[in-house]
Ligand binder design. Structure first.
Ligand code: 3AT
Ligand code: MN
Ligand code: MN
Length: 531
């Protein structure tokens, strides 16, 4: 705790200890989280620690090797150090089975980003038990992804303006960011934000248990996604931390119950802050709605606690705000019933009903003829979907446009150019959908007829028809659709001959089976004959 005697930008709401009932529901919550398989096994935890130990040694060896190459003496090369910092769910202690370990490699100034992708990536490839090593040096945050002993890892790197990286280095000092490459500043950010969050919560174990619950709930309710205008991992982590600050002595069951009601009633766009926003040594923008109109437009600002302060939720649109708010309300209702004993925690984690909720849906189909290109094209289309959502919000009689948080991928083997055209239009018949590569080879087809497609869904909530009007209500989405396709085609690698983008309006009865779990789809009502 600080000079004020509390953590956060206001005093706590209550410093009371949790009561007996809250202790009971915390016990049942933890049991439910175990039943839901959110914890890894003891064995997996041990493997992770062993992997991290080996990775820490590998980074030191990498720095040592490069130091020698640069002509440093044996002694100076050994003293150059090198250190790993974890961030993401593993660092917060809320990871599940199969989660990755997000790892930042901090190296001294004579080790370059090129070395990271030439030398370190090579060392990873040669490491015992490593598989799937893939470097993406051109990314906004350059990254090497890999698996070691089956554990996925994401490696970022930051080169500090120091001649050696001691084992006890902390990343807290903002002055470390001086004179760094922007990519290094971005790479440091995730780790610095996580460290601050943990420093700013009153009880780390209570925080972890509560966040584990909220993350699972948000994933099940399909509102865990930054790109689509909901909240991503960092935003959820900050929200739960804020509730922990407001109830410093409460246990997880009580935090979760306060979480829903406080978030439902939050007076947006008042920001969620874990501490006062600070200025710092860089020429970079710090979130400031008084100064910047773009920041003023944030609907549900959740601000990261490390310098430079940023908004973790700048993608939120009017529609996603309504959806998240409604989910807070529903969550509050369930938790109220859990507390009085008329509901169980499993109800909180019930699957979303996105594909049952609307009468009309948009299908956004991105297609290409090449697997690798497809990943990039589908990613580009996905990252623009929120623009389509915002344009749809202006359409008359549309109350909201609800983007689903993930796309559905399909690989179709086509035997004719007509079929290729159909797939690109999102019309994948049973004949195409069920055909395998082997079927196609048997009929003499070639691999040029393979089409990769990803379909994204947007649910449309339309105003009810005015009483007494006849005929279907006209919903004109041609303008937003046209603007959206124009926008995605502005992608620098867009090639009309190889990539397709189609937006179609369908009725709920036209949703394909693959969006439903087995047995989830209601069988269509047979017509009842009068006796
Ligand atoms: P998991 O348990 O791994 O699913 P997580 O919260 O650790 O949950 P990620 O590993 O995807 O999630 O992300 C960890 C952090 O890495 C969050 C964010 O600071 C950063 N990050 C994630 N995706 C990107 C990205 N595409 N570009 C830049 N930073 C990213
Ligand atoms: Mn992670
Ligand atoms: Mn990751």
């Amino acid at each position: 705790t600080t000079e004020t005697g509390y953590l956060g930008v206001t005093p706590p709401i209550s410093t009371a200890e949790s009561n007996e009932r809250e202790k009971e529901v915390t016990a049942t919550l933890m049991e439910e989280l175990r039943n839901q398989n959110t914890f890894e096994s003891v064995e997996e935890a041990r493997t992770r620690e062993a992997v991290l130990g080996r990775v820490a040694a590998l980074v030191k060896d990498f720095v040592y090797q490069v130091s020698l190459q640069r002509g440093l003496s044996e002694a100076a090369a050994s003293a150059a150090g090198g250190k790993i910092f974890t961030f993401g769910s593993y660092r917060l202690g809320v990871h599940g089975p199969g989660s990755d370990i997000d790892t930042l490699c901090v190296v001294p100034k004579h080790v370059s980003r090129e070395d990271f992708f030439d030398v370190f990536e090579g060392m990873l490839r040669n490491m015992d038990g490593s598989t799937d090593v893939a470097g993406v040096p051109e990314a906004y945050v350059p990254i090497i992804k890999t698996k070691i002993s089956g554990i996925p890892l994401d490696f970022l790197m930051a080169r500090l303006a120091l001649s050696a990286i001691p084992d006890d280095l902390s990343l807290k000092d903002d002055n470390l960011l001086r004179n760094l490459d922007e990519r290094c500043v971005r790479s440091l950010n995730g780790s610095r934000v996580n460290d601050e969050i943990l420093r700013l919560v009153p009880n780390v174990q209570v925080y972890r248990d509560s966040l584990r619950c909220i993350k699972l709930w948000a994933q099940r309710r399909a509102i865990y996604s930054n790109v689509n205008g909901f909240f991503g991992g960092v935003a959820w982590a900050i929200l739960v931390a804020r509730i922990c600050q407001l109830y410093p002595n409460a246990i997880a069951g009580a935090i979760v119950s306060r979480f829903f009601i406080i978030m439902y009633q939050w007076s947006w766009p008042q920001p969620v802050l874990l501490k006062q926003i600070e200025e710092g040594p860089l020429q970079v923008r710090v979130w400031n709605p008084k100064l910047y109109p773009a920041d003023r437009s944030h609907r549900m600002p959740i601000i990261t606690p490390a310098y430079p302060a940023m908004c973790a939720t700048h993608n939120v649109a009017a529609s996603t705000q309504m959806i998240v708010t409604e989910e807070f309300k529903k969550g509050a209702d369930v938790v109220d019933r859990v507390i009085v004993g008329t509901a169980s925690w499993s109800e909180l984690f019930a699957k979303h009903d996105f594909f049952h909720k609307y009468r009309y849906y948009l299908q956004v189909v991105a297609s290409t003829d090449d697997q690798e290109l497809h990943i990039k094209w589908a990613g580009t289309v996905e990252s623009r979907i929120r623009q389509l959502v915002m344009k749809l919000e202006y359409v008359d009689s549309l109350i909201l446009a609800h983007p689903f948080i993930k796309g559905f991928e399909q690989v179709s083997h086509c035997v004719s150019s007509e079929e290729v055209g159909q797939v690109a239009q999102g019309q994948i018949s049973d004949a195409i959908g069920k055909r395998t590569r082997a079927d196609m080879e048997a009929t003499g087809g070639t691999s040029t007829n393979t089409v990769y497609s990803t379909t994204f869904y947007i649910g449309l909530l339309v105003e009810p028809k005015p009483i007494g009007s006849v005929g279907p209500r006209k919903l004109d989405i041609s303008y937003p659709t046209r603007e959206f396709t124009k926008l995605v085609k502005m992608w620098e690698k867009f090639d009309e001959a190889r990539m397709g983008i189609v937006v179609r309006n369908i009725k709920s009865s036209g949703l394909p089976d693959y969006v439903f779990d087995e047995g989830e789809r209601q069988p269509r009502q047979p017509l009842k004959r009068p006796k």
